[in-house]
Ligand binder design. Structure first.
Ligand code: DI6
Ligand code: FE
Length: 409
């Protein structure tokens, strides 16, 4: 693959089966005998090879896909990928009977990751994060969202977000950053949640916005974290700064976080195990995506499932993500995540695949740029050695990726 060909800008993948995942297309938007052409990293054609304009075939650097499947590059729209160390010790505590909330209240949990992150330099954070990013990318991920939330003071939140911003200089992948300063109460706040929210809304968010370190703002609305009123103050500031919001909502109890997120026109509300019908209806009204995170459900042995049927009935779109984090979801496989979403929550194969492509793009506000195989979008592709799309959801611990293409390369 010569540099000259790449400079000519036109690339063609032919003899492929496409799952375009285009909105409204039935059953994955399948195109048998398909072809996809991209110019300068942007898709200019995706459809039947027989219908492709002849001009696109001429002078293009051409790849014969030998009947392999092409899907949109996968998108992990909810991760806490930047952290230091790990919490295998807490895993052992939980195996001995402690719950996630008990571990958190005993000074473990998020706060122990805060200690480790504060002690790490920006370079160390990047170095510790890259293997996790590589694991995601090895399964065809071309876009990943990365949250802060283990810094919990101005300098360390900024350090986390800067580390996240550095990742896409190190790898061929799109990184979107989210400021999750309202994740947990740091020890120095001495129990004063309102004062900490003052710091988040008054200092951290404005500085992060001024330095353009975050693409969105998130919060953790939960008994062990922040109340709906406190989150509302964070969201008011985010809106004033022009940043879209998303929320960790109703994960361990129903504080009506889904409805709160919807009220602010959030891109997504995430987790949602305890969300009720009012929450689902509110999300439908504002087009807030429900991000389903089966890794956390599995790992903390939650038993309450997110109300998938309510989301379907109300027409709420569902994304599926790893929630990759050291405490509740040390998971760096979107393929396994899809299997969990299907096996644990009953998502269909179509819903799983849409959840890690089109709907994940929607949850990041990127649907106009990626997430489906359609002209005008970035040529972010995953090419698979499979016979049918269901294999991507069906297998556990096997990676059939043949090639990963990011922005046409
Ligand atoms: N919910 C989660 O599952 C993660 N954060 C959150 O708000 C847990 C993060 C951690 O335990 O480190
Ligand atoms: Fe999370």
């Amino acid at each position: 693959m010569g540099g000259e060909n790449e400079k000519s800008g036109l690339r063609l993948w032919r003899n492929a089966r496409l799952a375009t995942m285009a909105e409204g297309a039935a059953g994955f938007g399948i195109v048998e005998k398909g072809a996809l052409a991209a110019r300068d990293g942007i898709i200019v054609y995706a459809g039947p090879e027989a219908d492709m304009p002849a001009s696109l075939g001429q002078g293009a650097e051409t790849v014969d896909c030998a009947g392999r499947w092409i899907t949109p590059g996968l998108i992990d729209c909810h991760t806490h990928l930047v952290y230091a160390g790990n919490r295998a010790n807490e895993f052992e505590m939980r195996l001995a009977g402690a719950t996630y909330e008990e571990v958190a209240r005993a000074g473990g949990g998020i706060v122990s990751s805060v200690k480790s992150l504060r002690a790490a330099s920006e370079d160390e954070l990047v170095a510790q994060t890259l293997p996790r990013l590589d694991a995601l990318m090895a399964e065809g991920v071309t876009t990943v969202e990365v949250k802060s939330g283990y810094g919990l003071d101005l300098d360390n939140e900024k350090k986390s977000l800067r580390a996240a911003r550095l990742l896409d200089g190190e790898r061929k992948v799109t990184v979107r950053t989210t400021c999750l300063a309202a994740h947990a109460l740091p020890p120095e706040a001495q129990g004063d949640k309102d004062a900490f929210i003052d710091l988040v809304a008054g200092t951290i968010l404005p500085e992060v916005a001024a330095e353009k370190l975050a693409d969105a703002v998130d919060g953790f609305c939960e008994g062990i974290a922040f109340s709906p009123e406190q989150i509302a103050r964070v969201f008011d500031k985010a809106k004033a700064l022009g940043l879209p919001v998303k929320l960790h909502a109703d994960q361990l109890s129903n504080l009506h976080g889904a409805a709160l997120a919807a009220r602010y026109g959030a891109l997504s509300a995430d987790h949602l195990e305890y969300t009720d019908e009012g929450g689902a209806a509110a999300m439908a009204k504002t087009g807030t995506v429900a991000t389903i995170l089966p890794g956390a459900y599995y790992f903390i042995r939650e038993t309450k499932k997110p109300p998938v049927d309510l989301f379907r009935r109300h027409g709420v779109k569902m994304a599926v993500a790893t929630d990759s984090n050291p405490g509740t979801s040390p998971l760096t496989s979107l393929l396994l995540t899809m299997n969990m979403a299907a096996t644990l929550f009953g998502l269909t194969v179509d819903e799983c695949l849409a959840g890690v492509t089109r709907e994940a793009a929607r949850a990041l506000g990127l649907l106009d740029k990626t997430g489906t195989l359609e002209a005008g979008k970035s040529a972010d592709l995953a090419i698979w050695d499979i016979e049918r799309p269901a294999e991507l959801v069906y297998r556990m611990g096997f990676n059939p990726l043949h090639a990963r293409i990011w922005r046409g390369q």
